[in-house]
Write a protein that binds this ligand. Structure first.
Ligand SMILES: *Cc1c(COP(=O)(O)O)cnc(C)c1O
Length: 406
């Protein structure tokens, strides 16, 4: 692809050090210094600006569901872009309609409708506005929750360090301990507009609630006429081995938000409403310029099509189970266990050294992530092979042995 790049675009092939230096002068310091400058990806592998190759076990933060440069996605997006790239939402396009239909077909519920966005946080903003249209304002969220960084999504996000400096945020939000059905039962009443839950808390370190938690949430919200809003932005689109993680509990939510893995790297999100919740937004209530544009929509449609065609849900479960079992079998003193489901896994550490291990892994050619001090997160592409997974497991003990325990 590089040779097709028009030379007029300037010098895009400097060294990692030179590009990092330019980054610090031209980009706001919101993410800290970049770990690497990356130039190319193919399948489950990445290459940096200095030619070093990595196995991508983070998948662009649970986004690159089909890895990098997947030929089917490249061809679908390219052909859409050369046909019709963007239209305003005064007009419809076939890819957008087909993607909405396809998404709804994955959930066993009648009367669903979709609102498309460009990101996860915007999908949650749409859902938040829908909850206000119930005529109630009270929202129940959970301790440890992450729902995004825009003001509405931030109001339902737990971490005080993210939230407090931006007060006042949209109000009437209470937080209850995650995974605790009794706490939820006590917090929800007839004034509650919605309960918002991640089926597995991703940013909080892949925290899996006890079995039956989502079923309890469904029962409690139904009893009080409140909406159940499931944030599948990280867990959805096959990441846990089901199309949506809530399906493991056999429930149907009122609102489902998705993003990350849906576009496999092309930005797209969606808010799905079911039943009465699908009718609450009416003309003039909400909008977006880019949301559901033809290119983003065709990417989403291509992703769902490939996952289905190639049987990738089964691969996610099989490789995820294999990876988790193989890491636990290492029986290393720094590893306390593996949690998660499918290809959303956390390696629980017995010491708060996740930053050191992530850095050592990078040096050894593996991209992994340290969401919290005592856990590492893996969210690799669904196309990960057993051999890829085994290469990481084989390298892990030597990495862990280099860690300096405080
Ligand atoms: C990443 C994430 C978001 C925010 O998505 P963005 O695309 O970064 O805005 C919201 N909720 C959950 C559960 C997420 O993991």
């Amino acid at each position: 692809m590089t040779e097709l790049m028009p030379a007029e675009l300037g010098d895009l092939s400097a060294t990692g050090a030179a590009l990092t230096e330019r980054y610090t002068h031209s980009l706001m310091n919101t993410f800290g210094p970049p770990k690497k400058v990356l130039v190319r990806g193919e399948g489950a592998y990445l290459w940096d600006a200095d030619g070093k190759k990595y196995l991508d076990l983070l998948g662009g933060l649970a986004v690159n569901s089909l890895g990098h440069a997947h030929p089917f996605i490249v061809s679908a997006v390219t052909s859409q872009l050369t046909t019709l790239g963007h239209v305003s939402n005064f007009f419809a396009s076939a890819p957008q309609i087909a993607l909405a239909e396809k998404l709804l077909s994955l959930i066993d519920a009648p009367d669903g409708k979709v609102f498309f966005t460009n990101s996860g946080t915007e999908a949650n903003e749409a859902a938040f506005k829908i909850t206000r249209k119930t005529g109630r304002t009270k929202i129940v969220s959970t301790v440890g929750a992450f729902h995004g960084r825009t003001m509405g999504a931030l109001a339902i996000t737990w971490k005080p360090a993210y939230r407090e400096q931006f007060a006042p945020l949209p109000g009437d939000v209470t937080f209850v301990p995650y995974g605790d059905a009794a706490a939820l039962e006590a917090a929800v009443d007839d004034e509650t507009a919605a309960v918002v839950l991640e089926p597995i808390q991703g940013e909080n370190g892949v925290v899996v609630p006890p079995a039956g938690y989502l079923q309890a949430a469904r029962r409690i919200t139904s009893e009080h006429g409140a909406l159940l809003w499931i944030d599948e932005i990280q867990t959805g689109v096959g990441r846990t081995g089901d199309w949506f993680a809530f399906q493991a509990e056999g429930i149907v939510p009122d609102l489902v938000t998705v993003a990350k893995g849906l576009g496999a790297g092309i930005p797209i999100g969606a808010c799905l409403g079911f039943g009465a919740a699908s009718e609450l937004l009416q003309p003039g209530n909400h909008g977006t310029t880019f949301g559901g544009n033809p290119v983003a929509s065709i990417a989403g449609l291509a992703v769902l099509t490939v996952i289905e065609r190639d049987g990738l849900l089964a691969n996610v479960s099989a490789i995820g189970n294999h990876l988790a079992a193989a890491i636990e079998a290492l029986d290393h003193p720094l590893i306390g266990g593996v949690r998660g489901r499918g290809l959303l896994l956390a390696i629980q550490l017995t010491q708060p050294v996740s930053d050191q291990i992530a850095a050592l892994a990078m040096e050894a050619g593996f991209v992994i992530n340290n969401p919290i001090p005592d856990a590492l997160r893996l969210a690799p592409p669904y196309i990960l092979t057993k051999a890829d997974a085994d290469s990481f497991v084989a390298a892990l003990p030597a990495l862990l042995d280099k860690v300096e325990v405080p």
